[in-house]
Design a protein around this ligand. Structure first.
Ligand SMILES: [Zn+2]
Length: 512
């Protein structure tokens, strides 16, 4: 009893002393205002930024604006003298392709088209092809029975024969396109032609940028066998039959696999066009613990424009997080100027490529500028400017935020957040998405996850989804700036505590 009593006193005194050391953030919190957030968001989510697609000129304009504001506020460049952490994207553009069978020259996109993943260059000649029907291998049938397709050209029909049944469904089902291509590759086919009624359009092919790290693109291609779709025109010219006759003949007049003589030439050439994009990183340097860090993140990219040129403004997603990070950086820089700077270095990072697959945060967490084991926590904001569907009619509608992840990786997170909230803001902290069974899986869906994966404790701040989510109507006029300022202030006060407390957050919980 006595021992516990003393321990209790000890804890109390310890907390008291700790609290004494941390300076009061109140006057700096007030720097983050509805008005200042609105001023920045009008620009970040304005017409000029064209929806901030990754990559795009609008994205670069947004990066320039963030950097300009960092400079103005006295926030230092965070990547060895630069505000940018740059990485490369690549896109294949087809510069030529041809298909010739005996005397017939076929026309690209009218008669044949390349599949999604192709080697950058193909120039192949065959004196025969092997038609394997639907190209199915399962426990009952083997369309490749008795022939060796190694180094040969394999042709099969898309889909499955009428009445075909398999217990398996999805990607790995015997008749799935993915699995049929995989089978042909495993058997050593040198090229594959797939007969389809309709060809994929020119637009759907190779129109997207991918993240490339040096050499990675080539490795991906080395795994791939050239695969083209051909349509009925080709079938008719080569066999003299239309598609339905061929289909009906399988298993009756035509037994498969069928080896046929023909002179076939196949060529294909692409150029990789590269683009550079950047994460924007600013820092406010710490004092006595400057080699430890707190990182605050949001993504400044959105989804750009549609084919008709309609802009997806992304005011909430994630213009709201971007301008909040900017204003927090401003507030920390002002605190430092006033002699109340953070003990740990605070990193302010707006990342790009989030909408494409969390690219920017993946790049940073694989190439961290500051050691992740010295990064106490990541506080990530993705959408904090709106009232989500579930609160629109609630009495808490203008006084809540979803917090996600503060029950994982560190038992320090939730008490710090609760304390910062109780002391300054008193928002309703909704933790419903912390339920590991929640089907939305928000914990895995924004940039904080790339930090969590590497063991950095994270909290994700979020307003929930609304009808304008990923629509052109996610615009500035629908933002509740008063509410957004409160939420940004909560993140600021939480960061303040993490940056100033004696110890880094302990990492005592496993990532589920
Ligand atoms: Zn987002």
């Amino acid at each position: 009893m006595r021992y516990q009593f003393l321990l209790f006193i000890g804890l109390f005194v310890g907390t008291f002393l700790n609290a004494q050391k941390i300076s009061d953030p109140s006057i700096f919190t007030k720097i983050i205002t509805a008005r200042s957030l609105q001023t920045h968001l009008n620009i970040i989510a304005g017409d000029e930024m064209e929806g901030r697609d990754t990559p795009s000129p609008g994205l670069e304009k947004a990066a320039d604006y963030i950097i300009e504001q960092f400079k103005k506020a006295g926030v230092l460049p965070g990547n060895n003298g630069s505000y940018r952490q740059t990485f490369s994207l690549g896109k294949d553009s087809v510069t030529g392709m041809s298909l010739k069978i005996d005397d017939a020259n076929f026309s690209a996109y009218d008669d044949f088209a390349p599949a999604m993943f192709m080697p950058p260059q193909v120039d192949l000649h065959f004196s025969e092809y092997i038609f394997v029907g639907y190209g199915i291998v399962d426990e009952k049938q083997n369309d490749y029975a008795g022939v060796d397709v190694k180094g040969k050209l394999v042709i099969f029909l898309n889909g499955e024969p009428q009445g075909y049944k398999s217990a398996q469904t999805g990607r790995n089902a015997p008749a799935s396109l993915f699995n049929k291509i995989k089978k042909a590759m495993e058997k050593g086919a040198a090229a594959i032609l797939i007969i389809r009624e309709d060809l994929p359009s020119r637009l759907s092919n190779f129109s997207r940028y991918q993240m490339i790290s040096d050499g990675a693109a080539n490795n991906r291609f080395a795994m791939t066998v050239p695969t083209f779709y051909i349509n009925e025109n080709v079938v008719r010219r080569v066999s003299g039959y239309d598609l339905s006759t061929v289909k009906n003949a399988i298993g009756t007049e035509v037994s498969i696999p069928m080896v046929e003589q023909a002179d076939i030439s196949l060529s294909y050439k692409t150029d990789v066009s590269k683009k550079e994009v950047s994460n924007v990183i600013g820092i406010v340097e710490g004092s006595d613990k400057k080699d430890e860090y707190v990182i605050i993140t949001a993504h400044y990219d959105h989804v750009g424009k549609d084919l008709d040129g309609k802009i997806y403004y992304g005011a909430d997603d994630d213009g709201s997080g971007t301008v909040s990070v900017m204003e927090m950086a401003n507030a920390f820089a002002k605190a430092k100027k006033a002699g109340k700077g953070p003990r740990r270095t605070v990193i302010f990072m707006t990342v790009c490529g989030e909408e494409k697959g969390l690219w920017g945060s993946e790049y940073y967490s694989s190439n961290p500028v500051y050691p992740l084991d010295k990064t106490s926590a990541d506080l990530n904001i993705d959408m904090i400017g709106r009232i989500g569907d579930e609160y629109i009619k609630s009495k808490d509608s203008a006084n809540y935020v979803y917090v996600i992840g503060d029950d994982r990786l560190s038992t320090d997170l939730a008490p710090i957040l609760n304390d910062a909230n109780n002391r300054y803001l008193r928002l309703k902290l909704d933790r419903k998405y912390n339920d590991p069974n929640d089907h939305e899986r928000f914990y895995y869906r924004s940039d904080h996850y790339n930090f969590a994966k590497k063991g950095v404790p994270v909290i994700f701040f979020f307003n929930g989804v609304h009808p304008d989510y990923h629509k052109p109507t996610d615009t500035v006029d629908k933002i509740n700036f008063e509410l957004m300022a409160k939420r940004a202030q909560l993140v600021f006060n939480t960061a303040w505590e993490i940056a100033n407390r004696n110890e880094m957050l302990k990492r005592d919980l496993k990532l589920q």
